[in-house]
Design a protein around this ligand. Structure first.
Ligand code: MG
Length: 251
């Protein structure tokens, strides 16, 4: 056979095979790839970032029922008429009575008016500690520089935020946090590190960061086995306010 004839024959055959496959794909019922179970639960979203219908409301401005101080007594922070609460310096941080694992958390915070003589880590410092251990920094970084891994939106001393998305000092910020708790084996060794994603005023600032261990001020973090933990808000001596806090458990 001459070479040209063989090439034409081969081309023709491969064309026929392709056409055949195409026909076969067309014959497969598209319904076979539809998934109908489980049914998706219905959730009514909140208005203006208030709690959706399936969330646990941790703070709606009316009381401290869900919060305790370090001694296990009722939180001593200031309850404001505008539906917010403010750190009362020297009374210590406050934590939720209830403990949580993996979660979606919404929380809003506001820096106090600029205080003369305060800067760096001393300006509007507080923090949202997930499971009582892992701090997302709250800080007033408007015209106020500090180390990048300790600025607003950092996983403190572990992860620099992707952006600085703060509103002006005195306006309300929001954090929307997606957190997956760490897993440990029977010896207490971490087998899966915690991960965290944070939106600051709708801007992605932490993208599925793998947390290296509980927040520490000095040295390297290292995991210790734990179960569920509270949301803890830090008293760093500044008059930071919080409002509209709700959580959806993810496990
Ligand atoms: Mg802090």
């Amino acid at each position: 056979m001459n070479k040209l004839f063989v090439s034409v024959l081969a081309l023709g055959l491969s064309f026929m095979v392709c056409k055949g496959q195409e026909k076969k794909e067309q014959l497969i019922d598209p319904k076979l790839t539809e998934v109908w179970e489980p049914k998706v639960p219905k959730v009514t979203p909140g208005k203006d970032h208030t709690a959706p219908s399936d969330a646990i409301v941790l703070f709606d401005g009316s009381n401290f029922d869900n919060w305790i101080n370090g001694k296990g007594a009722t939180a001593e922070w200031t309850l404001n008429a505008d539906g917010s609460m403010t750190v009362k310096p020297k009374t210590g941080g406050i934590r939720t009575k209830q403990t949580f694992g993996s979660m979606q958390l919404h929380i809003e915070w506001r820096s106090p008016e600029k205080v003369e003589g305060k800067s760096g880590q001393g300006l509007g410092n507080s923090g949202v500690f997930i499971q009582g251990r892992y701090e997302i920094q709250v800080l007033d970084n408007n015209d106020n520089e500090t180390y990048s891994n300790g600025q607003v939106g950092s996983v403190y001393k572990q992860s620099i935020p992707l952006a600085m998305a703060s509103v002006p000092t005195g306006a309300w910020n929001s954090y929307d946090i997606i957190y997956h708790q760490p897993e440990f084996d029977e010896q207490g060794k971490v087998t899966k590190k915690a991960t965290i994603t944070v939106l600051h005023n709708g801007v992605l600032i932490q993208d599925h960061f793998e947390i290296q261990g509980p927040t520490v001020y000095r040295g390297e973090p290292s995991y210790k086995a734990h179960g569920k933990g509270p949301i803890f808000l830090q008293d760093h001596g500044d008059l930071v306010s919080y409002r509209n806090i709700w959580i959806r458990e993810l496990n």
